[in-house]
Write a protein that binds this ligand. Sequence first.
Ligand code: SF4
Ligand code: SF4
Length: 119
Amino acid sequence: MSLRIAPFLPELLRSLFKKPATVKYPFEKTPVPPGFRGNVVFDPAKCIGCKICVTDCPAEAIEIIRVSETEKKFKMLLHNDRCIHCAQCVDSCPTKTYHMDGEFETAVLNRHHLKIEYK
Ligand code: SF4
Ligand code: SF4
């Protein structure tokens, strides 16, 4: 038995003093890399209601709803259970209304709880 372990012994000893390559997720979290596509975030102050995002979203995950008869004010309903995090809405919006955050822990038991309303 000791003969079989002999070739691995140096590596084994080295590993004892090395920092682990893994983290104890979910107790420890590593930061997401730049450009990570988490959740879509909408800024209602910038939206002009053109609905280009609705047309361009390949997952039909966006609803833009007018909230005022007199003013050009809009809210956005994101069906996050359909969103494929492609960031097409971020690229398409002419007024830079969207960005994507670094959130990745979005699992829920009921997909309807993934609906997000921004107003
Ligand atoms: S593309 Fe931008 S400005 Fe146009 S409706 Fe969508 S969020 Fe609003
Ligand atoms: S990230 Fe892609 S799938 Fe998600 S809402 Fe934007 S365009 Fe639609």
